[in-house]
Each structure stands twice: as C-alpha cells, then as structure tokens.
Design a binder for this molecule. Sequence first.
Ligand code: C5P
Length: 220
Amino acid sequence: APAVIVAIDGPSGTGKSSTSKAVAAQLGLSYLDTGAQYRAITWWMVTNGIDVDDPSEIAAVAGKPDIVSGTDPAGPTITVDGVDVAGPIRTQEVTAKVSAVSAVPEVRARITELQRSIAAAAEKGIVVEGRDIGTTVLPDADLKIFLTASPEARAARRSGELKNADVHATREALIKRDAADSNRKTSPLAKADDAVEVDTTDLTLPQVIECVVTLVEEKR
Ligand code: C5P
C-alpha cells in the first residue's frame, strides 16, 4: 500500500494522543505528536529565561533549539539539544505557557517545516496529531479527522490523566488554552472543510480507535 498520511486535530482532552498512537500502532504507521514539539520549544524558552509574554523575544530565538521527535507509536521520544524532555514538557508551567509561544509566527514556521519533513520521510505513512495539521501543515493529507468532546468530558479525562482531583481548575485551564489556540492569528485550531468530525463524548477509547481505523482503511 502507498504511504498514507492521516491528520488528527482537535482541542485537548478529546483523546487525540491515545487515539493517534493506537491507530498508528495498529496499522504499522509512524506517529508524530506536534503538541510535544510546541511544548519542547516552550520548555527551552522557559529554561533559557526567555520572557514568553514578549513575542519579539520569542521570535528572535525561535531558530535556536534543536528539536528531534522519534516517530515510533510504541514509544515516541522528544529531545531538545540532545536532552530527553518527555517528562519536563508535561509540567503545569509549560502547559500554561505553550499557547503564548505557539502563537508566534516564527515558531510556527519553524515547527511546521520540521513536521512536513518528518511526514515526507515516513515511508509507510504517518499519523500526525495537532491543531492545524489538516488546515495548514498537511493540507493534502489522505484523511483528516477532527475530534471533539463536551468540555465536561474533556476536563474529566485530563483530570484522570493528571491524577488531579480538581476537575474544575482543570476545566478552566483547558478552556482558556483552547480559546487562545482557537483565536490566534496564525493557523488557529480549526476543523478543515474536508475533515471528518468525530464527537467522542459518549464513545470509549476503543470505539474511537475502531472508527478511525475503519476510515483509514477506506482510504488505503
Ligand atoms: O496537544 P497538546 O495539548 O500537547 O498541545 C500543546 C499546545 O501546543 C496546544 O495547546 C497549542 O498551543 C500548541 N499546538 C499548536 N499546534 C499544533 C499542536 C499543538 O499550536 N499543531
């Protein structure tokens, strides 16, 4: 079969990562978590004392960190200048700052180029998950999925992942981040016109995976 390119977009807490990884593993495809790349560049900015409220300061150094993503769905990896940052990119501090960093056009241009080269090198095809994959990064993807879920379901899933009892605070932070991602000028979170929307509110993870696998198989 020729390499198939699958774009999976949507807000946080819709099961994007779990679904994308499982679909890639099941179909023998590579996997790219683009949110991890934006988190990695944010981690570098924070670690190097860059003021993330100053877009010009961010833009000036956007080309500096060397970000490398491993694309095995069984164990995706991410390094910045050779340092494994898989853990540090999931802290609350990075999560709170990632929307500001990823809104800077120079950051997006650089990371988008990286994403396109990774997708082009994936000989067996790839599942790429993010916010703007179907609209901007890979507009010619063979299949575009847009995952949604109610705010309540999304907050509950995130709180479960974080083993955090405070569903309310999680919900507020998540809504704030999605609003920032949806309202930024440069390639905001959006459903592509030709994307298939899947509302996961009342579906289990295995059901969502099966649904997406079926859609990919129809395209192959
Ligand atoms: O998917 P995840 O929650 O890890 O993404 C973290 C952040 O990275 C998002 O809130 C968004 O600000 C940014 N992002 C983006 N474009 C993408 C993927 C993620 O702007 N394609």
